[in-house]
Design a protein around this ligand. Structure first.
Ligand code: SF4
Length: 229
């Protein structure tokens, strides 16, 4: 049975498909250095990368580094990012993290998970993105999309984001984590819409979806099948 395929076997096949579909994966958030990447990732919580890329040019023009960002009043930062969600909290976080980078790290974005996660507005996922994309350190940032797909594909039990990160790290080679994180994001955006999708014809769920997922999808499709009958 397909859903009995071993996790390691599935992971290998998924990896090969993603490499074929997305051989090159540009970082979706516009940035020029670790600081601007950190700012963009903090801004990206609960909004789209596209929206973030629309507000950052002016924000970075006004505050290209931590010194200029820390000097901006929170209200001004909030006005510059007002079009994205949670602007008041994010404005406060940007100013706070810039101040701490100046005070504790001589104006340089720190290069450890511990130091990054001590900054306001920076959780483990944000720190993982910065470690991976700014410093090339292997990390597997798991957002809700990756968590959902990892569960659908039966690579993890879906109990928690932490569990998903641990399972994905164990299943995929360490030197592929940074790229895979982006490949899964690209795949999810292109192939996994909220509306109904056909598991049987999907390039990944076609062989990787779990039994629970298949039954769930069948239940969702049932009213439409009855209506057609
Ligand atoms: S069937 Fe749907 S959820 Fe599964 S990988 Fe394909 S598009 Fe994504």
């Amino acid at each position: 049975m397909l859903f009995r395929m071993k996790r390691a076997e599935k992971a290998k096949r998924i990896h090969a498909i993603l490499d074929e579909l997305y051989p090159v994966v540009p970082v979706p958030l516009d940035h020029v250095d670790p600081f601007t990447l950190l700012v963009a990732v903090v801004l990206s919580a609960q909004t789209t990368d596209k929206k973030v890329n629309q507000v950052t040019p002016e924000l970075f023009r006004r505050a290209p580094g931590p010194r200029a960002m820390a000097a901006l009043p929170v209200d001004e930062i909030r006005a510059l990012i007002r079009e994205i969600g949670l602007a008041p909290q994010k404005a406060k976080a940007l100013q706070g993290l810039s101040q701490l980078i100046l005070e504790r790290h001589d104006g340089e974005v720190p290069r450890t998970f511990e130091e990054l996660e001590a900054l306001p507005g920076v959780g483990h996922k944000t720190a993982s993105v910065v470690m991976a994309q700014a410093f090339g350190v292997p990390a597997f940032p798991v957002d809700t999309h990756i968590h959902r797909l990892g569960t659908r594909w039966g690579l993890t039990n879906g109990r928690s984001v932490e569990q998903t990160e641990a399972d994905l790290k164990q299943l995929f080679p360490r030197d592929a984590w940074n790229k895979l994180h982006l490949q899964i994001i690209y795949f999810g955006r292109e192939h996994c819409p909220a509306r109904r999708h056909d598991l049987a014809t999907c390039p990944i769920c076609g062989f990787a979806a779990t039994k629970a997922r298949i039954e769930d999808e069948r239940r969702k499709n049932e009213p439409q099948r009855r209506a057609k009958a």
